[in-house]
Design a protein around this ligand. Structure first.
Ligand SMILES: Nc1ncnc2c1ncn2[C@@H]1O[C@H](COP(=O)(O)OP(=O)(O)OP(=O)(O)O)[C@@H](O)[C@H]1O
Length: 246
């Protein structure tokens, strides 16, 4: 079994006051695996990812307890920028793109490591992997569909060369075809780069094909975890998240 890349120990996250959004969560993601977190609205999934990846200054939450270890080092409470430098990158619920810039400009605006030639080579590597992006380089990002923007947002995060990519509800609000494209993209990231993924997703059907392990959250706590096929095949998940037989 590969070694743990991410270890979350008793993580507690709150947004002020006494209410906690994440309540003592333990989670391990091993190098090279795809880990799925699922749960109903408000279960604390987004807050868990923010607690792991660092809160952006625009969010009022904070880590109130517990530890986050990444690549063997304690990274608890570091800023998103510091996390990204270490290879821990979060793609937020609505992947951020600059609407007034072209696809090409959006890619080149990513604070990539290395000199000019290295950055150019990296953009080339990512766009060659995803012809869909390469074909739209001259388009204004604001004119892309929701699904296309999501793909661009993921491509931008890949330019940070993540060791662990955390993806928050990439399929939210997308058409079935767009959902398929997003998951195809994630699948090829894993296949080509061996990137480790931590994926928050409510679309169980879309996520089940790529997930190795799964965690189910309810009101801030993990209530079920294990190999994805066992968790997703459990009566609890089938009744709550699928509503019908798998
Ligand atoms: N910026 C915020 N300020 C205050 N409370 C927040 C904030 N973000 C989330 N919360 C609260 O934290 C709890 C967990 O929310 P969170 O968004 O993490 O859940 P979730 O499982 O990701 O839900 P969803 O699928 O709806 O995004 C909820 O009670 C929510 O109201």
């Amino acid at each position: 079994m590969s070694s743990p890349l991410l270890e979350v120990q008793s993580l507690t996250v709150s947004y002020g006051g006494d209410s906690v959004a994440v309540d003592g969560v333990n989670l391990v993601v091993r190098e090279g695996e795809v880990c799925l977190v699922l749960g109903a609205n408000g279960a604390g999934k987004t807050s868990l990812l923010r607690g792991i990846g660092g809160f952006a200054s625009s969010e009022s939450g904070r880590v109130r307890g517990g530890r986050v270890r990444f690549g063997g080092a304690d990274v608890t409470g570091l800023s998103p920028r510091a996390m990204a430098k270490r290879g821990l990158v979060l793609v937020p619920e609505e992947a951020k793109v600059f609407a007034s810039l072209t696809v090409d400009e959006n890619l080149r605006a990513v604070p990539m490591a290395g000199g000019r030639a290295a950055r150019k080579a990296l953009v080339h590597e990512v766009t060659s992997m995803f012809p869909f992006i390469a074909e739209r380089m001259g388009l204004i990002a604001g004119q892309l569909s929701g699904g296309e923007r999501q793909l661009l947002g993921i491509a931008r995060s890949l330019l940070l060369k993540p060791r662990l990519l955390m993806v928050d509800e990439a399929s939210l609000g997308l058409s079935p075809i767009a959902v398929e494209m997003v998951f195809d993209m994630l699948r090829s990231v894993v296949a080509s780069w061996g990137t480790t993924l931590l994926v928050v997703e409510q679309n169980v059907r879309a996520a089940q094909g790529i997930s190795d392990n799964a965690y189910v959250m309810e009101t801030g706590s993990v209530v079920l975890s294990g190999p994805a096929h066992e968790v997703l095949g459990s009566e609890r998940v089938r009744q709550t998240y699928l509503g019908l037989e798998m």
